[in-house]
Write a protein that binds this ligand. Sequence first.
Ligand code: GAF
Length: 380
Amino acid sequence: MELKEKIRKTFLERFNEPGTVYASAGRINLIGEHTDYNGGFVFPGAIDKVIMAEIRPNGMEKVRVFSIDINEYVEFGLKEEDAPNEQWARYIFGVCREIQKRGGVVKGFDAVFAGNVPLGAGLSSSAALESCFAFALNDLFNGNTIDKFELAKIGQSTEHNYCGVMCGIMDQFASVFGKKDNLMRLDCRSMEYEYFPFKSDSHKLVLVDSRVKHELKDSPYNKRRESCERVAKKLGVETLRDATAEMLNTVKGEITAEDYMRAKFVIEEKERVLDVCDALVKGDYETVGKKMYETHDGLSKDYEVSCEELDFLNDVAKELGVTGSRIMGGGFGGCTINLVKNDLHDDFIKVVTDRFNEKYGHKPEIYDVVISDGARKIED
Ligand code: GAF
Protein backbone atom coordinates (compact mmCIF):
# COMPACT_ATOMS: atom_id res chain seq x y z
CA MET A 1 0.00 0.00 0.00
CA GLU A 2 1.25 3.52 -0.73
CA LEU A 3 2.48 5.62 2.17
CA LYS A 4 -0.40 8.08 2.03
CA GLU A 5 -3.11 5.40 1.83
CA LYS A 6 -1.55 3.53 4.74
CA ILE A 7 -1.52 6.68 6.86
CA ARG A 8 -5.08 7.69 5.86
CA LYS A 9 -6.43 4.24 6.72
CA THR A 10 -4.64 4.04 10.09
CA PHE A 11 -5.67 7.57 11.05
CA LEU A 12 -9.33 6.85 10.35
CA GLU A 13 -9.22 3.59 12.32
CA ARG A 14 -7.65 5.31 15.34
CA PHE A 15 -9.25 8.73 15.34
CA ASN A 16 -12.50 8.27 13.34
CA GLU A 17 -12.36 11.47 11.27
CA PRO A 18 -9.76 12.43 8.64
CA GLY A 19 -7.14 15.15 9.11
CA THR A 20 -4.69 16.93 6.80
CA VAL A 21 -1.66 15.20 5.30
CA TYR A 22 1.81 16.82 5.26
CA ALA A 23 5.25 15.58 4.27
CA SER A 24 8.85 16.62 4.46
CA ALA A 25 11.91 15.16 2.83
CA GLY A 26 15.20 13.50 3.68
CA ARG A 27 18.27 15.07 2.11
CA ILE A 28 21.49 14.41 0.31
CA ASN A 29 24.51 16.69 0.41
CA LEU A 30 26.76 16.91 -2.64
CA ILE A 31 29.61 18.48 -0.70
CA GLY A 32 30.25 20.61 2.42
CA GLU A 33 30.29 18.27 5.41
CA HIS A 34 30.61 19.44 9.03
CA THR A 35 30.84 22.99 7.72
CA ASP A 36 27.36 24.12 8.77
CA TYR A 37 28.11 24.53 12.48
CA ASN A 38 31.36 26.25 11.48
CA GLY A 39 29.58 29.02 9.58
CA GLY A 40 30.70 27.57 6.22
CA PHE A 41 28.91 26.46 3.06
CA VAL A 42 26.82 23.36 2.39
CA PHE A 43 25.33 22.07 -0.84
CA PRO A 44 22.33 19.84 -0.07
CA GLY A 45 19.08 18.92 -1.81
CA ALA A 46 15.86 17.29 -0.65
CA ILE A 47 15.11 13.79 -1.97
CA ASP A 48 12.02 11.81 -2.90
CA LYS A 49 12.03 9.94 0.42
CA VAL A 50 9.80 11.52 3.03
CA ILE A 51 8.23 11.42 6.44
CA MET A 52 4.49 11.87 6.01
CA ALA A 53 1.95 12.65 8.72
CA GLU A 54 -1.80 13.05 8.95
CA ILE A 55 -2.75 15.52 11.66
CA ARG A 56 -5.96 16.95 13.11
CA PRO A 57 -6.51 19.32 16.06
CA ASN A 58 -8.33 17.38 18.81
CA GLY A 59 -9.62 20.20 21.04
CA MET A 60 -7.67 18.82 24.01
CA GLU A 61 -4.50 19.94 25.72
CA LYS A 62 -2.61 16.84 24.65
CA VAL A 63 -0.99 15.28 21.63
CA ARG A 64 -1.88 11.72 20.66
CA VAL A 65 0.44 10.25 18.08
CA PHE A 66 0.97 6.86 16.48
CA SER A 67 4.11 5.83 14.60
CA ILE A 68 3.22 3.19 12.01
CA ASP A 69 6.83 2.17 11.41
CA ILE A 70 7.69 1.70 15.08
CA ASN A 71 4.18 0.51 15.90
CA GLU A 72 4.00 2.63 19.05
CA TYR A 73 1.40 5.04 20.39
CA VAL A 74 2.37 7.92 22.67
CA GLU A 75 0.43 10.70 24.41
CA PHE A 76 2.00 13.83 25.86
CA GLY A 77 0.99 17.27 27.15
CA LEU A 78 2.38 20.53 25.85
CA LYS A 79 4.25 21.78 28.91
CA GLU A 80 8.00 21.40 29.40
CA GLU A 81 7.53 18.78 32.10
CA ASP A 82 5.43 16.61 29.75
CA ALA A 83 8.41 15.43 27.66
CA PRO A 84 7.90 11.80 26.56
CA ASN A 85 10.63 9.18 27.00
CA GLU A 86 10.37 7.65 23.54
CA GLN A 87 13.07 9.14 21.33
CA TRP A 88 10.86 9.39 18.24
CA ALA A 89 8.16 11.23 20.22
CA ARG A 90 10.71 13.69 21.60
CA TYR A 91 11.28 14.99 18.08
CA ILE A 92 7.59 15.92 17.84
CA PHE A 93 7.38 17.19 21.41
CA GLY A 94 10.50 19.31 20.81
CA VAL A 95 8.97 20.90 17.73
CA CYS A 96 5.81 21.77 19.69
CA ARG A 97 7.84 23.29 22.52
CA GLU A 98 10.17 25.24 20.24
CA ILE A 99 7.18 26.78 18.44
CA GLN A 100 5.66 27.74 21.78
CA LYS A 101 8.96 29.20 23.04
CA ARG A 102 8.95 31.50 20.00
CA GLY A 103 5.46 32.76 20.85
CA GLY A 104 3.72 30.47 18.35
CA VAL A 105 0.53 28.52 19.06
CA VAL A 106 0.31 24.77 19.47
CA LYS A 107 -2.86 23.10 20.70
CA GLY A 108 -3.65 19.44 21.17
CA PHE A 109 -3.71 17.29 18.05
CA ASP A 110 -3.91 13.71 16.85
CA ALA A 111 -1.34 12.38 14.40
CA VAL A 112 -0.31 9.26 12.54
CA PHE A 113 2.96 9.18 10.65
CA ALA A 114 5.19 6.89 8.63
CA GLY A 115 8.08 7.30 6.25
CA ASN A 116 10.37 5.84 3.65
CA VAL A 117 13.55 7.72 4.60
CA PRO A 118 15.83 4.89 5.73
CA LEU A 119 16.65 5.32 9.42
CA GLY A 120 20.25 5.79 10.47
CA ALA A 121 21.48 6.02 6.87
CA GLY A 122 22.63 9.63 7.09
CA LEU A 123 19.66 10.86 5.05
CA SER A 124 18.23 12.94 7.89
CA SER A 125 15.08 11.08 8.76
CA SER A 126 14.96 13.06 12.01
CA ALA A 127 15.11 16.42 10.21
CA ALA A 128 12.33 15.20 7.89
CA LEU A 129 10.20 14.32 10.91
CA GLU A 130 10.85 17.67 12.60
CA SER A 131 10.23 19.66 9.43
CA CYS A 132 7.04 17.77 8.63
CA PHE A 133 5.56 18.61 12.04
CA ALA A 134 6.93 22.17 12.11
CA PHE A 135 5.41 22.85 8.70
CA ALA A 136 2.08 21.24 9.69
CA LEU A 137 1.74 23.03 13.03
CA ASN A 138 2.55 26.33 11.33
CA ASP A 139 -0.28 25.67 8.88
CA LEU A 140 -2.81 24.32 11.37
CA PHE A 141 -2.34 26.69 14.31
CA ASN A 142 -0.35 29.70 13.13
CA GLY A 143 -1.81 30.65 9.75
CA ASN A 144 1.64 30.07 8.20
CA THR A 145 3.04 33.15 9.93
CA ILE A 146 6.28 31.45 10.98
CA ASP A 147 8.81 31.93 8.18
CA LYS A 148 10.62 29.03 6.60
CA PHE A 149 14.02 29.75 8.18
CA GLU A 150 12.38 29.78 11.58
CA LEU A 151 10.80 26.40 10.81
CA ALA A 152 14.27 25.01 10.06
CA LYS A 153 15.62 26.54 13.27
CA ILE A 154 12.75 25.00 15.25
CA GLY A 155 13.93 21.58 14.02
CA GLN A 156 17.55 22.36 14.83
CA SER A 157 16.69 23.58 18.36
CA THR A 158 14.68 20.41 18.85
CA GLU A 159 17.85 18.40 18.20
CA HIS A 160 19.86 20.62 20.59
CA ASN A 161 17.35 20.84 23.42
CA TYR A 162 15.44 17.55 23.30
CA CYS A 163 17.62 15.04 21.45
CA GLY A 164 21.20 15.79 22.53
CA VAL A 165 22.66 16.41 19.05
CA MET A 166 24.39 19.77 18.61
CA CYS A 167 23.81 19.75 14.86
CA GLY A 168 24.09 22.59 12.37
CA ILE A 169 21.26 23.88 10.21
CA MET A 170 21.88 21.94 6.97
CA ASP A 171 19.46 19.04 7.36
CA GLN A 172 16.44 21.04 8.49
CA PHE A 173 17.19 23.74 5.91
CA ALA A 174 17.28 21.15 3.11
CA SER A 175 14.14 19.45 4.34
CA VAL A 176 12.17 22.72 4.49
CA PHE A 177 13.58 24.55 1.44
CA GLY A 178 14.12 21.62 -0.95
CA LYS A 179 13.05 22.16 -4.55
CA LYS A 180 12.61 19.56 -7.28
CA ASP A 181 15.69 19.17 -9.53
CA ASN A 182 17.67 21.74 -7.53
CA LEU A 183 20.53 21.60 -5.11
CA MET A 184 20.98 24.55 -2.79
CA ARG A 185 24.14 26.30 -1.75
CA LEU A 186 23.63 27.72 1.72
CA ASP A 187 26.03 30.10 3.41
CA CYS A 188 25.54 29.06 7.02
CA ARG A 189 26.91 32.37 8.32
CA SER A 190 24.73 34.84 6.40
CA MET A 191 22.01 32.24 5.71
CA GLU A 192 21.92 33.37 2.09
CA TYR A 193 21.12 30.60 -0.31
CA GLU A 194 20.95 29.94 -3.99
CA TYR A 195 19.26 27.19 -5.99
CA PHE A 196 21.44 25.28 -8.48
CA PRO A 197 19.55 23.23 -11.08
CA PHE A 198 20.93 19.71 -10.99
CA LYS A 199 19.82 17.58 -13.88
CA SER A 200 22.65 15.89 -15.64
CA ASP A 201 22.36 14.06 -18.97
CA SER A 202 25.67 12.32 -18.40
CA HIS A 203 25.82 11.44 -14.68
CA LYS A 204 23.62 10.08 -11.92
CA LEU A 205 23.86 10.45 -8.16
CA VAL A 206 23.72 7.08 -6.43
CA LEU A 207 23.67 6.36 -2.70
CA VAL A 208 25.23 3.19 -1.40
CA ASP A 209 24.02 2.50 2.13
CA SER A 210 26.48 0.38 4.12
CA ARG A 211 23.67 -0.32 6.62
CA VAL A 212 26.18 0.32 9.35
CA LYS A 213 24.14 2.05 12.03
CA HIS A 214 24.41 5.78 12.07
CA GLU A 215 23.35 7.37 15.34
CA LEU A 216 24.54 10.91 16.01
CA LYS A 217 23.34 10.96 19.59
CA ASP A 218 26.06 9.52 21.82
CA SER A 219 28.37 9.50 18.80
CA PRO A 220 31.48 11.69 18.74
CA TYR A 221 29.60 14.23 16.57
CA ASN A 222 29.33 16.71 19.44
CA LYS A 223 33.03 16.20 20.19
CA ARG A 224 33.91 17.23 16.62
CA ARG A 225 31.98 20.42 17.11
CA GLU A 226 33.76 21.11 20.39
CA SER A 227 37.16 20.69 18.70
CA CYS A 228 36.22 23.25 16.05
CA GLU A 229 34.94 25.71 18.64
CA ARG A 230 38.12 25.38 20.68
CA VAL A 231 40.28 26.18 17.66
CA ALA A 232 38.08 29.11 16.62
CA LYS A 233 38.40 30.51 20.14
CA LYS A 234 42.15 30.09 20.07
CA LEU A 235 42.29 31.97 16.76
CA GLY A 236 40.03 34.72 18.09
CA VAL A 237 37.40 34.21 15.37
CA GLU A 238 33.72 33.53 15.81
CA THR A 239 33.76 30.35 13.71
CA LEU A 240 36.25 28.51 11.50
CA ARG A 241 34.60 30.20 8.52
CA ASP A 242 36.88 33.13 9.33
CA ALA A 243 40.02 31.00 9.63
CA THR A 244 42.65 30.20 7.00
CA ALA A 245 45.25 27.46 6.73
CA GLU A 246 47.95 30.07 7.48
CA MET A 247 46.17 31.18 10.64
CA LEU A 248 45.77 27.59 11.74
CA ASN A 249 49.48 26.93 11.30
CA THR A 250 50.36 29.83 13.59
CA VAL A 251 48.68 28.04 16.53
CA LYS A 252 49.68 24.52 15.56
CA GLY A 253 52.02 24.13 18.54
CA GLU A 254 49.41 25.38 21.00
CA ILE A 255 46.51 23.07 20.17
CA THR A 256 46.23 19.30 20.24
CA ALA A 257 47.15 17.33 17.14
CA GLU A 258 43.55 16.13 17.03
CA ASP A 259 42.03 19.63 17.12
CA TYR A 260 44.48 20.66 14.41
CA MET A 261 43.34 17.87 12.09
CA ARG A 262 39.65 18.66 12.67
CA ALA A 263 40.13 22.36 11.92
CA LYS A 264 42.32 21.63 8.88
CA PHE A 265 39.53 19.54 7.36
CA VAL A 266 36.89 22.22 7.94
CA ILE A 267 39.04 24.98 6.45
CA GLU A 268 39.74 22.90 3.35
CA GLU A 269 36.14 21.74 3.00
CA LYS A 270 34.64 25.20 2.89
CA GLU A 271 36.77 26.00 -0.20
CA ARG A 272 35.77 22.75 -1.84
CA VAL A 273 32.08 23.70 -1.78
CA LEU A 274 32.79 26.88 -3.71
CA ASP A 275 35.00 25.00 -6.20
CA VAL A 276 32.27 22.44 -6.76
CA CYS A 277 29.66 25.14 -7.38
CA ASP A 278 31.89 26.75 -10.01
CA ALA A 279 32.58 23.39 -11.63
CA LEU A 280 28.90 22.47 -11.70
CA VAL A 281 27.97 25.70 -13.47
CA LYS A 282 30.53 24.79 -16.16
CA GLY A 283 29.31 21.20 -16.35
CA ASP A 284 32.77 20.08 -15.22
CA TYR A 285 31.84 16.85 -13.46
CA GLU A 286 35.42 15.63 -13.33
CA THR A 287 36.33 18.45 -10.93
CA VAL A 288 33.15 17.88 -8.91
CA GLY A 289 34.12 14.22 -8.55
CA LYS A 290 37.74 14.95 -7.68
CA LYS A 291 36.60 17.23 -4.86
CA MET A 292 34.24 14.55 -3.57
CA TYR A 293 37.14 12.10 -3.25
CA GLU A 294 39.16 14.79 -1.44
CA THR A 295 36.28 15.27 0.99
CA HIS A 296 36.17 11.55 1.66
CA ASP A 297 39.87 11.46 2.42
CA GLY A 298 39.56 14.42 4.76
CA LEU A 299 36.53 12.97 6.55
CA SER A 300 38.28 9.65 6.90
CA LYS A 301 41.81 10.72 7.87
CA ASP A 302 41.53 14.19 9.45
CA TYR A 303 37.97 14.38 10.74
CA GLU A 304 37.86 10.65 11.51
CA VAL A 305 34.14 10.12 11.01
CA SER A 306 34.36 7.28 8.49
CA CYS A 307 34.48 3.57 9.18
CA GLU A 308 35.98 0.52 7.49
CA GLU A 309 32.88 -0.27 5.45
CA LEU A 310 32.59 3.26 4.06
CA ASP A 311 36.28 3.40 3.20
CA PHE A 312 35.84 0.10 1.39
CA LEU A 313 32.89 1.46 -0.61
CA ASN A 314 34.95 4.50 -1.50
CA ASP A 315 37.90 2.35 -2.63
CA VAL A 316 35.68 0.18 -4.83
CA ALA A 317 34.13 3.27 -6.43
CA LYS A 318 37.56 4.68 -7.20
CA GLU A 319 38.80 1.39 -8.61
CA LEU A 320 35.79 1.19 -10.94
CA GLY A 321 36.34 4.70 -12.27
CA VAL A 322 33.33 6.32 -10.59
CA THR A 323 33.65 10.09 -11.13
CA GLY A 324 33.21 11.03 -7.45
CA SER A 325 32.46 9.23 -4.20
CA ARG A 326 32.46 10.10 -0.54
CA ILE A 327 30.90 9.44 2.81
CA MET A 328 27.81 11.61 3.24
CA GLY A 329 26.31 13.33 6.28
CA GLY A 330 27.51 13.22 9.86
CA GLY A 331 29.43 9.98 9.43
CA PHE A 332 30.01 6.98 11.69
CA GLY A 333 28.13 4.75 9.22
CA GLY A 334 25.37 5.35 6.71
CA CYS A 335 25.85 6.04 3.00
CA THR A 336 28.37 7.05 0.41
CA ILE A 337 27.18 9.42 -2.29
CA ASN A 338 28.52 8.61 -5.75
CA LEU A 339 28.60 10.62 -8.94
CA VAL A 340 28.45 7.96 -11.63
CA LYS A 341 28.58 8.21 -15.41
CA ASN A 342 25.38 6.86 -16.96
CA ASP A 343 27.17 4.06 -18.83
CA LEU A 344 28.90 2.87 -15.64
CA HIS A 345 25.78 2.99 -13.48
CA ASP A 346 24.52 -0.59 -13.78
CA ASP A 347 27.97 -2.18 -13.58
CA PHE A 348 28.91 -0.08 -10.57
CA ILE A 349 25.80 -1.15 -8.67
CA LYS A 350 26.35 -4.79 -9.48
CA VAL A 351 30.05 -4.89 -8.62
CA VAL A 352 29.83 -2.76 -5.45
CA THR A 353 26.91 -4.88 -4.19
CA ASP A 354 28.70 -8.17 -4.83
CA ARG A 355 32.03 -7.09 -3.41
CA PHE A 356 30.52 -5.55 -0.28
CA ASN A 357 28.40 -8.63 0.29
CA GLU A 358 31.41 -10.89 -0.15
CA LYS A 359 33.41 -8.93 2.43
CA TYR A 360 30.80 -8.00 5.04
CA GLY A 361 28.16 -10.69 4.61
CA HIS A 362 25.29 -8.36 3.77
CA LYS A 363 24.33 -6.36 0.71
CA PRO A 364 24.33 -2.58 0.78
CA GLU A 365 21.08 -0.79 -0.14
CA ILE A 366 21.29 1.22 -3.34
CA TYR A 367 19.22 4.38 -3.91
CA ASP A 368 19.17 6.42 -7.09
CA VAL A 369 18.87 10.03 -5.98
CA VAL A 370 15.80 11.95 -7.15
CA ILE A 371 16.05 15.60 -6.10
CA SER A 372 12.62 16.63 -4.93
CA ASP A 373 10.52 19.19 -3.05
CA GLY A 374 10.86 19.80 0.68
CA ALA A 375 8.13 20.38 3.32
CA ARG A 376 4.61 20.63 1.91
CA LYS A 377 0.93 19.99 2.39
CA ILE A 378 -0.05 16.83 0.53
CA GLU A 379 -3.83 16.78 0.90
CA ASP A 380 -6.63 18.36 2.96
C1 GAF B 1 24.56 15.86 10.47
C2 GAF B 1 24.11 17.16 11.11
F1 GAF B 1 22.82 17.08 11.52
C3 GAF B 1 24.28 18.34 10.15
O1 GAF B 1 23.98 19.55 10.80
C4 GAF B 1 25.70 18.37 9.57
O2 GAF B 1 26.61 18.86 10.51
C5 GAF B 1 26.10 16.99 9.05
O3 GAF B 1 25.90 15.97 10.02
C6 GAF B 1 27.54 16.96 8.62
O4 GAF B 1 27.74 17.78 7.53
O5 GAF B 1 23.72 15.48 9.41
